[in-house]
Design a protein around this ligand. Structure first.
Ligand SMILES: [Zn+2]
Length: 383
C-alpha cells in the first residue's frame, strides 16, 4: 500500500495533475504544492485521531469553531469565530460557519443525527489554509479550506455541497468506516456526494427533478470550460477543459476504471453509485432527501462496513428500502432497477427470497478489493 495516505479532498488528484502537466509554470508549481499538501505522513494522522477526544463533550447541541490558518499550514490556526459569536467581515469565515451550521441542521432535522459522530462533536474548520490552496479537506478531525488560486478555482467555502461533502466524510468515519481505497473508498466519495447534494437541495427546497445534481458548481472560474467537479446526473460531463482535462467518471460497471492512482479511482468510480442514486431519486420524484436519502442514510449508518463493495451497497440499500418502506414497495423496486441498470444489481437470492420479478445482478461483475493493508479501525478511514 501507499505510505503516503491522502486526505478526503474535494478536488481529485487527476485534475491537479492535469493542471501540473498542461498549465504554465506558476500553475504547475501550485498544483504540485496542493498535491503535496493533500498527503501527509502516517504519524500525523494518528496524532489527529488522538486529538478527537476533547471536542466530544456534552451538551448535545450545535457547536462550531472557525480558525484562520493565515495562509500557512499549521492547524488549526487562530480562533476567529466560535458558536454564537457575531459575524466577522471575512466572507470565508462566514461561509465556513454558516455551511457547517446548515449541514448540522440538515442532518439533525431530516435524519435526527447530532453532528458527524451523533454525539455533537464540535465542527471545527480552518480557512485561508496554505497559499492559494486549491482544495478542501476533511482530515479526520476538522475541515480545511483553501482560498483557491483565483485562476481556475474560487474559494472553496462558496459551495455548500462541498462543505456537506467533506463533513459527510466525518459521518462515514463514525459509521461505515470505509477504507479509503478501491470500491470502499469510492463508496465513501459516493455517500459524501449524495449528502452534499441533498444538503444543498434541502436548503434550496428543490425537488429531484429541479436540482442540478452537480457537485461543486460555482467553484471553477469563468476561464474553465466546466460546470462543476462532478455530475451525479451525467457522470463524465462535468468539465472538459484544455488545462483541467476531461471528467473521467463512468456511470456503468462496463466502464469501471482500474487505476492505481487516486487511491484506486475513488473519485472516478464513485460516478457509478452516484448515478444510481440520481436514478432512484428521479424515479421516485419529489424531494430526494425524504425517501431516497433516508434509504441511503440507513445503509450508511447501519448496514455497510469498511470493506464494502458496490454490490454490498446495492444489497444494503435494497434491504434498507424494504425495512423503511416495505418489501415490494415502489422505493425498493426503484433501488433494484437503478442498480441493475448500472450493471451492479441486487443479489439474486435476496430478490428471489422476496418474490421479486425485477432484474437480477449482471453476471459479469467486477470485484475490486481495497489496497492490501488499507483497512483501518472503525472511525478512522482517512488512509
Ligand atoms: Zn471526498
Amino acid at each position: 500500500m501507499s505510505s503516503r495516505p491522502t486526505l478526503c479532498s474535494v478536488v481529485p488528484p487527476h485534475i491537479l495533475r492535469s493542471i501540473a502537466v498542461r498549465g504554465d509554470d506558476d500553475d504547475r508549481h501550485r498544483a504540485l504544492a496542493t498535491l503535496e499538501l493533500s498527503q501527509r505522513p502516517r504519524g500525523e494522522r494518528q496524532a489527529l485521531v488522538m486529538a478527537v477526544g476533547p471536542a466530544v463533550l456534552p451538551p448535545l447541541r450545535k457547536r462550531r469553531a472557525v480558525y484562520d490558518a493565515s495562509h500557512g499550514t499549521e492547524l488549526p490556526g487562530a480562533i476567529v469565530r466560535g458558536e454564537g459569536a457575531p459575524r466577522t467581515r471575512d466572507a470565508s469565515v462566514s461561509e465556513a460557519y454558516e455551511g457547517a451550521g446548515r449541514t448540522y441542521d440538515f442532518y439533525r432535522r431530516v435524519y435526527g443525527r447530532r453532528s458527524v459522530d451523533d454525539r455533537a462533536l464540535r465542527l471545527d474548520a480552518s480557512v485561508h489554509y496554505g497559499d492559494r490552496f486549491n482544495n478542501a479537506h476533511w482530515n479526520g478531525r476538522q475541515m480545511i479550506y483553501g482560498d483557491g488560486d483565483g485562476k481556475y478555482f474560487r474559494r472553496f467555502t462558496t459551495a455548500l455541497d462541498v462543505i456537506a461533502h467533506e463533513l459527510t466524510h466525518g459521518v462515514s468515519q463514525y459509521t461505515a468506516g470505509f477504507a479509503f481505497s478501491g470500491q470502499p473508498g469510492a463508496l465513501s466519495e459516493h455517500f459524501s456526494d449524495v449528502f452534499g447534494a441533498l444538503t444543498k437541495q434541502y436548503w434550496l427546497r428543490q425537488t429531484a427533478a429541479r436540482a442540478d445534481w452537480l457537485i461543486g458548481a460555482g467553484l471553477f472560474t469563468d476561464r474553465v470550460n466546466g460546470d462543476a467537479i462532478r455530475s451525479m446526473k451525467a457522470p463524465g460531463t462535468a468539465y472538459d477543459d484544455p488545462i483541467l482535462g476531461t471528467d473521467p467518471q463512468p456511470s456503468h460497471m462496463s466502464d469501471y476504471v482500474r487505476t492505481p492512482g487516486d487511491d484506486r479511482g475513488v473519485h472516478v468510480n464513485s460516478g457509478i453509485p452516484n448515478h444510481v442514486f440520481y436514478r432512484v431519486a428521479t424515479l421516485l420524484g419529489g424531494r430526494a432527501w425524504e425517501v431516497a436519502g433516508r434509504i441511503w442514510y440507513r445503509a450508511l449508518t447501519r448496514e455497510l462496513g469498511p470493506r464494502a463493495q458496490f454490490r454490498n451497497c446495492a444489497d444494503a440499500t435494497w434491504r434498507a428500502a424494504g425495512e423503511l418502506f416495505g418489501a415490494g414497495s415502489e422505493p425498493q423496486d426503484a433501488v433494484a432497477v437503478a442498480w441493475a441498470d448500472a450493471g451492479v444489481g441486487v443479489l439474486q437470492s435476496l430478490l428471489r427470497g422476496a418474490g421479486s420479478r425485477l432484474p437480477v445482478r449482471a453476471p459479469r461483475e467486477i470485484f475490486e478489493p481495497m489496497t492490501a493493508g488499507a483497512e483501518v479501525p472503525h472511525f478512522d478511514h482517512v488512509l
